[in-house]
Design a binder for this molecule. Structure first.
Ligand SMILES: [Zn+2]
Length: 273
């Protein structure tokens, strides 16, 4: 089977399974009650996900796995210049591609024009698995472009790129899950992987806390670059989202698509903190 088919099939399979697992978990052990019914959130954010995915596919026409596969016999790429064991290249690929996402996320919180796109994600008035799908098409294009560029520069093992794609797919739903976890388990889990409790701090309505806990898969980047915040100042995240936008209007598809171009919603951004 061609790598493009493997990527497409496994990605959609993992996406459906991840959504189902986290959705059932949320219904059984929710962390807090949502202010707006879940079905309404899922449908609006699902629509935005479709628009963002189609935009990215229309622009790039190719995924990271296929780019990696096309470079297997090439002499270009960092990993073709340095002789490293396959296992080490595999691990380095997962770490480096996760770091790229951390770096892009950091930039989105510190470069005003990038924050304009990213604030769409942060203006969600609730926090549940569908928040992960709430990404503006321009942000999807930016993140995908950075990933494709990193893969082209590295020429990494194809299976490692696929592994990152699948882990990231699960993490998108998991870190935004509105679930409660035993504190004892969560304390150890966040040592190796970003947890919903850790990422919820990032969605605090406090702009200073929004620029903390930027990691995607591994929390180590936040520790390394001192952007880690164990718990919000008030003990638990009170309100999530952005002040002034915590209402049903923030779920409107046109609002989400046009938000980066509006002047009035940029009054309080974490890029300024
Ligand atoms: Zn963010």
């Amino acid at each position: 089977m061609h790598w493009a088919q493997i990527e497409a099939r496994t990605f959609w399979l993992v996406m459906a399974a991840s959504f189902l697992v986290v959705a059932v978990w949320e219904s059984l052990r929710p962390h807090r009650e949502l202010s707006i019914p879940g079905e309404r959130r899922w449908s609006r954010h699902g629509l935005l996900l479709i628009v963002s995915s189609l935009t990215s596919v229309a622009i790039y026409r190719i995924g990271p796995v296929v780019v990696a596969a096309s470079m297997v016999d090439s002499r270009f790429g960092l990993f073709h210049q340095i002789a490293l064991p396959y296992a080490l290249r595999f691990i380095l690929t997962i770490l480096l591609l996760d770091f790229v996402r951390y770096a892009v996320h950091w930039a989105q919180h510190h470069v005003p024009i990038l924050w304009r796109m990213h604030q769409v994600h942060h203006s969600d008035p609730d926090f549940d698995l569908s928040t992960g799908a709430r990404v503006h098409p321009l942000e999807t294009v930016l993140v995908q472009g950075a990933t494709l560029a990193a893969v082209a520069l590295l020429a990494p093992p194809v299976a490692a790129v696929l592994a990152v794609e699948l882990i990231t797919c699960f993490q998108v739903f998991f870190v935004h899950a509105n679930v409660s976890m035993p504190a004892g388990l969560e304390k150890y889990l966040r040592l190796v992987v970003v947890t919903p409790h850790m990422h919820r701090v990032h969605h605090s309505e406090d702009a200073r806390e929004q620029s903390r806990n930027l990691s995607d898969i591994f929390p180590w980047w936040d520790h390394l670059f001192r952007t880690y915040l164990a718990a919000p100042a008030r003990g638990d995240v009170g309100f999530v989202g952005m002040r002034g936008l915590q209402n049903t209007g923030s779920l409107d598809l046109w609002f989400m698509l046009s938000q980066p171009f509006r002047r009035e919603v940029n009054q309080e951004s974490s890029a300024r903190s």
